[in-house]
Design a protein around this ligand. Sequence first.
Ligand code: FAD
Length: 337
Amino acid sequence: MFARTAFARTSLRFSPAACSRRAYASAPASGPKRSNVLVYSAIAAIAGGAIAGGAGYYYYSTAGGEAVLGPPEVTFKGDGEWVDLQLAELALVTHNTMRLRFKLPSENHVSGLKVAYMLPKAAVLTKHQAPTDEKPTIRPYTPVNDEDARGYLDLVVKKYDNGPMSSHIFSLSRGRSLSFKGPIPKYEWAPNKHEHITLIAGGTGITPMYQLMRAIFHNPEDKTKVTLVFGNLTEKDILLKRELEDLENTYPQRFRAFYLVDEAPKKPGRATQGRVTKELLKKVLPEPGSGNNKIFVCGPPGMYKAISGVKNSPSDQGEVAGLLKELGYKKEEVYKF
Ligand SMILES: Cc1cc2nc3c(=O)[nH]c(=O)nc-3n(C[C@H](O)[C@H](O)[C@H](O)COP(=O)(O)OP(=O)(O)OC[C@H]3O[C@@H](n4cnc5c(N)ncnc54)[C@H](O)[C@@H]3O)c2cc1C
């Protein structure tokens, strides 16, 4: 499944100045963290509806031993209410991408994105209306921190020229607030739902993919194999590099990532120059109809058009078109975020 000779892995490091370890230490390091093991044990023990809405008991290790926390409060309840969250920390991760940490209403709040069976499958919406705007701008974002983290929510946001929401988010300073609501349901995941998944991402399209990867790799029960094809303009634009590298190092038999960049990489052996082509997909994808596999696509509008066909609406996936159709994949084998 992972024998892909033509594509080299990049080294996946944020510059130290770009992203402080203290602020963003939520990435997995070596295997499931103790807290996760305990959380998933708790899930097994509490089977079913009692934990719906994310209200399970959580455990964490402290210097003095293990402390037990009570049930967390849920920030986003799916009730349509907007919640203002204060910006606590921010760090530039590339020339046009920022990582931002928003404070949840209290230290005991979780986002509430683990909606069914504690598995994340959701985005949040942000809203902003400048005094001169006739109507508010509303956009979806996928948080990149662990869903069971209490007290905060991390976003990675890329700035688009003249993009109203990303420009507004980039203008925020510490202490300012942004309106959020959610969760917005996306693909419902269950452990081992598929034997193998391929994630085809462009730019910030990596964020829902990373959410899915975290759900898989943080669960010791889930043995799904994952291939990531990640396209960007330049190597500097590759988001979540350190987090992806940690996953590759921790799960070399189950996770492979291939990086494509429009601009020639500075050093050989890192990302490969070029776009996602039919030839590449033939090499990395399981044969159409060959097993319980799924292909996920998330990226800019042009990427959907070329690779999978566009979605008709948030609730209508539309037909499979583009390269995936040419290669023979059927609608049920493809999901467009
Ligand atoms: C499920 C989902 C999750 C998302 N999660 C994230 C996230 O975690 N972080 C993040 O930064 N963005 C994410 N996005 C994209 C985000 O919702 C906004 O579309 C983006 O921030 C641009 O908003 P804007 O108002 O600034 O610009 P817009 O007015 O929406 O767009 C400005 C220009 O940029 C183009 N454009 C818009 N989005 C993209 C894109 N993704 N790639 C390339 N060109 C684009 C538009 O075609 C337009 O020309 C997500 C989108 C979806 C559907």
